[in-house]
Design a binder for this molecule. Structure first.
Ligand SMILES: Cc1ncc(COP(=O)(O)O)c(C=O)c1O
Length: 385
């Protein structure tokens, strides 16, 4: 017998990767060489100057105390410079940026800040699982909006319009889109902004992949006319800067939104470690060449991932952005779940099943590019025996 849990703990399931990676660890502990091409955990290093700054800052006596709830001014200035350089968006350093302990926690803070019991949240039918899970945790009602595969996984706007009610408060979007790799476009963002104004809903744009294998200049939703009144944008250093374990992200938005989220967040955590913020500020200045080299490595892995998917007779788009390839299963495969388990236990290869991003993903899988190409080719070879 244990003390009864809150309803939300009973309703929420443990995160898929938290469960599945425990199985992977068991296989590893038993001596099996598992190739993990399931998870988006960058295997490359942060820039050298980032690491040097972290090490140097750790030795300074003023580095170890509590820090401001809003991060250091140097980090916020670096984020503002990054937004100006990358997206042409001007952010006010003092008032329009809130550093986060990874962008994932921002989903919780935003949800706690804006959602009352029974409010409705629109989430893409395929998307990062936390949008759905957190909305439910705070007592909101999740309404999934369809994405149209024929139109490059953009929303099916008629169905989306039909799902809005006077209780709809937030709509989550994320382009470049995870898991489908659909790119962002200015026209798409303009449509979302019109939608938000028409229905008075908050656009929460999750933008961690804008610099990963992007084919055009990266876009921030905040650069679209009229977006500022209705938008909060999350961004992250996990993917584009190879710093997933550092847990550094931020929210960019107009001051009233930042102030409101800070009210909640400042009651939850007590800031971040200063050397990490110093180093993150340096990383944000990584050159365009540094990013291009990182992307060249990912691009060099595509051939192996395509060969892997071809061997499984899957179909996929070749112009996907971000660090994953999304692929459709052939009719001959009974289910993604069975394929994932067969590959894990028979071939010691871990891939992600599409259903963890929503039921529409039942007939899909997602392969990560975060593995040296030699290892991905090894996975291809394992399929042959
Ligand atoms: C779409 C999307 N949003 C947010 C996150 C969370 O990123 P972070 O490491 O900044 O919490 C991820 C991580 O996989 C993601 O894929």
């Amino acid at each position: 017998m244990i003390i009864p849990l809150a309803h939300r703990a009973g309703q929420t399931q443990e995160y898929y990767f938290s469960v599945k990676l425990a199985e992977v660890r068991k296989l590893l502990a038993a001596g099996h060489d598992v190739i993990n091409i399931g998870i988006g955990n960058p295997d490359m290093m942060p820039s050298v100057q980032t690491l040097q700054t972290l090490a140097d800052a750790a030795y300074r006596p003023d580095s170890h105390g509590y820090q401001s709830y809003k991060g250091t001014p140097a980090l916020r200035q670096a984020i503002a410079r990054f937004y100006a350089h990358t997206y042409g968006v001007d952010l006010e350093t003092e008032t329009e940026i809130l550093p986060l302990i990874g962008s994932k926690e921002g989903i919780t803070h935003i949800s706690m800040t804006f959602l009352n019991d029974g409010d409705e949240v629109l989430v893409p039918e395929l998307g990062y699982p936390a949008y759905r899970a957190v909305s439910r945790m705070v007592g909101a009602v999740v309404n999934e909006y369809p994405l149209d595969e024929q139109r490059g996984w953009q929303p099916d706007w008629d169905s989306l319009e039909a799902r809005v009610s006077d209780k709809t408060k937030i709509i989550w979007l994320n382009y470049p889109h995870m898991p489908t790799g659909a790119p962002a476009s200015r026209t798409l963002f303009e449509r979302f902004v019109r939608f938000a104004h028409d229905h008075q809903v908050l656009l929460c744009h999750d933008n961690p992949y804008s610099l990963v294998l992007n084919q055009k200049a990266p876009i921030s939703l905040l650069s679209v006319d009229g977006a500022r009144e209705v938008t909060i944008e999350l961004n992250s250093m996990s993917k584009s800067f190879n710093m997933a374990g550092w847990r550094i992200g931020w929210i960019a938005a107009d001051k009233p939104y930042i102030d409101a989220v800070l009210t909640i967040k400042s009651n939850v955590d007590s800031g971040m470690f200063k050397p990490m913020m110093d180093a993150a500020a340096v990383a944000l200045g990584n050159s365009d060449e540094w990013h291009a080299e990182r992307n060249a490595v990912y691009a060099g892995r595509l051939e192996a991932v395509h060969a892997f998917l071809d061997a499984l007779h899957c179909t996929y788009a070749t112009d996907q952005e971000g660090m994953f390839i999304w692929a459709k299963l052939p009719e001959s495969v009974p289910s993604a779940e069975k394929l994932v388990d067969d590959l894990l236990y028979q071939k010691h290869i871990f891939i992600a099943p599409g259903f963890i991003f929503g039921p529409k993903g039942n007939r899909y899988i997602r392969i990560s590019l975060c593995m040296p190409k030699e290892r991905i080719w090894e996975a291809v070879n394992r399929l042959k025996v």
